[in-house]
Design a protein around this ligand. Structure first.
Ligand SMILES: [Mg+2]
Length: 242
């Protein structure tokens, strides 16, 4: 019996039965909130923030309230975390948001991410079956490339040069949705079947519209709210296991 979610098990079976020299499979994974739970990245950044002298001096009340801060997996950014602790000072929010964003989108804190249950084994199993693996992420090359490679290595995701690819945005200002749909358009060919794993509905809508032949698996974890997921999308919820 497979340990994976039924939907994922079917993908493994399909690749294992139908892979041959004339037919290749390509599995494309988003990173943040698809393979990695980023909750502990935000938690660590905020913990470091309230230890900063500058914050303690300027915002003693807010810093004290954040003593037992709690980051939930479905928090988007830091607004909910602050509200939960009873912090509603706009000046503090502005400064905290900037402190957080500067570190969240950096190499330094990626080591605090945790892969979702079963993610590492699942991606390795697909790679062992001969599927091409691509990590397609809205992280940008300049600020996050080194930390991304280290984090993939740290958790033992496959990263060999022959069968895996890493695609980060050339510039942080590039739009995630365009970057990913353009990338998928480029690798899409008649010889390849593509599976795409992603947590952001606004990206999935665009990919489905432009490339209906790609099979998309929605990771139901957390998203920006810029678009809603559809009920009939194949999905997994916060885990790759049953
Ligand atoms: Mg994501």
């Amino acid at each position: 019996m497979s340990k994976y979610d039924n939907l994922l098990n079917k993908i493994i079976q399909n690749i294992s039965l139908n892979s041959h020299p004339g037919r290749h499979f390509h599995c494309v994974f988003d990173l943040d909130s698809t393979l990695f739970n980023v909750t502990s990245r935000t938690e660590k950044i905020l913990e470091d923030m309230i230890l900063e002298k500058d914050f303690k001096l300027k915002f003693p009340t807010e810093v004290k309230k954040l003593d037992n801060l709690l980051v939930n997996h479905d928090d988007w950014g830091i607004k909910d975390v602050l509200e939960r602790s009873g912090v509603d000072n706009p000046d503090f929010y502005k400064k905290a948001r900037s402190f957080w964003a500067h570190r969240f989108f950096s190499n330094e804190y990626l080591k605090f991410d945790r892969p979702y249950l079963g993610a590492v084994d699942f991606v390795n199993e697909l790679s062992d079956l001969g599927a091409q693996i691509t990590y397609l992420t809205g992280r940008d090359q300049v600020r996050m490339m080194i930390g991304t490679i280290e984090s993939l290595k740290q958790w033992k995701f496959p990263i060999d040069l022959k069968n895996t690819h890493l695609a980060l945005k050339p510039h942080f200002k590039d739009e995630d949705t365009d970057f990913k749909s353009d990338y998928l358009k480029n690798i899409n060919s008649h010889h390849e079947k593509i599976y795409f794993f992603e947590n952001e509905p606004v990206i999935i809508h665009k990919v489905k519209q432009q490339l209906p032949e790609i099979i998309v698996v929605f990771m139901d974890s957390v998203h920006s709210g810029r678009a809603d997921p559809l009920d009939h999308w194949p999905k997994i919820k916060m885990s790759f296991l049953k």
